[in-house]
Design a protein around this ligand. Structure first.
Ligand code: FPP
Length: 246
């Protein structure tokens, strides 16, 4: 039986989020520059987006560039921005053909103009697609997102658009970048690191966590299937007892 046949098609997670880690180490092991590692990482993005669309996953969120990544050496930052532009150039047609809709979360206004323009082009071209929604987290961090949400909410309270006593958890969710996106069911981190690194902290309250030792440039469809298979063995109790959810 192939790995794909071992997956229960009825309990596929509707939203998978991935912390793509290990590009630098992958390159280092091969005596290549970090940027080569990121280029190979972009091929894994293609492979995983294609696989997720085939598996009829509804949402895939990829941590492509964090707020903290701005502190990397300037050549790596500009290389990553260029890589993103090239990847959008190369894969937009495929996204359209595969009925994938692109969304972004994060402070995208801080990205270089060229990157913003390319992103906007792809957002526009894919906006009516109804299959997989691919969410790219760009210049994103949870604490940035939550701070922005607090600011907006405080403004809305001050100008009486909302009353303090009416604030619920749902209100807060609506003020986050992910307002129209369901919370992740499964969070994957590659490269054998066991951290969340400021990613979707509010949204992963009940996500299942899966850590893979595979470096991101080597992470392909079979590894995604392994993660889904593992997820399907878990009992999601959302604070209830095992008996209650049976
Ligand atoms: C983490 O590896 C990866 C990143 C900071 C960037 C992710 C970018 C890509 C996968 C490529 C392009 C993305 C798209 C959407 C086309 P690391 O550099 O921290 O690896 P290390 O921990 O081994 O140094």
């Amino acid at each position: 039986m192939t790995l794909e046949n071992e997956i229960n098609k009825h309990t596929i997670p509707q939203h998978i989020a991935i912390i793509m880690d290990g590009n630098g180490r992958w390159a280092n092991l091969r005596g290549k520059t970090r940027l080569v590692g990121h280029q190979e990482g972009a091929s894994s993005v293609d492979a995983i987006v294609t696989a997720a669309a085939e598996l009829k996953i509804k949402f895939l969120t990829l941590y492509a560039f964090s707020t903290e990544n701005w502190n990397r050496p300037p050549t790596e930052v500009s290389g990553l921005m260029e890589l993103l532009v090239n990847a959008l150039q190369k894969y937009t047609k495929k996204l359209v053909a595969n009925n994938v809709r692109l969304l972004t979360i994060g402070d995208t206004k801080s990205l270089p103009k060229k990157t913003q323009e390319k992103l906007n082009e792809t957002l526009e071209k894919t906006k009516h697609n109804t299959g997989l929604t691919l969410v790219l987290a760009l210049s994103y961090s949870s604490r940035w997102e939550i701070t922005e949400a607090f600011k907006k909410l405080a403004h809305d309270c001050c100008n009486n658009s909302i009353s303090v006593d009416s604030i619920t958890q749902e209100t807060i969710s609506k003020y986050l970048c992910t307002h129209d996106i369901p919370d992740p069911d499964l969070l994957i981190r590659t490269s054998g690191e066991y951290r969340i690194s400021n990613f979707l902290l509010w949204q992963i309250a009940y996500a299942e966590l899966y850590f893979s030792d595979v470096l991101w440039p080597d992470f392909k469809k079979e590894h995604l299937l392994e993660a889904i298979k593992d997820y399907q063995k878990r009992e999601r109790r959302f604070g209830k007892t095992g008996e209650q959810i049976k």
